[in-house]
Design a protein. Structure first.
Length: 85
């Protein structure tokens, strides 16, 4: 499924960090923004570790379990929301 959202500087920043965080936490770089965490072998502990990484780049505390997305793209949107919120 193609993502037709406008690529603003904030969105590019969020996507870059999403890919890097996923690689750091899971140990492998996602092949595409629409890769699912199930496909990448992530579990709930990995998702919490990813939330902690988002706290570090945004400087904003995140309640554990806030992120409920299924794909790397969802995670990028989550980061972008935290940066803009």
């Amino acid at each position: 499924m193609a993502d037709t959202a406008e690529l603003t500087p904030e969105r590019i920043f969020a996507r870059k960090h999403a890919m890097e965080i996923v690689e750091k936490v899971l140990g492998n770089y996602p092949g595409a923004i629409d890769d699912t965490f199930e496909e990448l072998g992530a579990d709930s502990v990995d998702l919490i570790a990813m939330e902690i990484e988002v706290e570090e780049i945004t400087g904003k505390e995140i309640e554990v379990g806030t992120f409920q997305g299924k794909t790397v793209g969802d995670f990028a949107a989550f980061i972008e929301e935290r940066l803009n919120g």
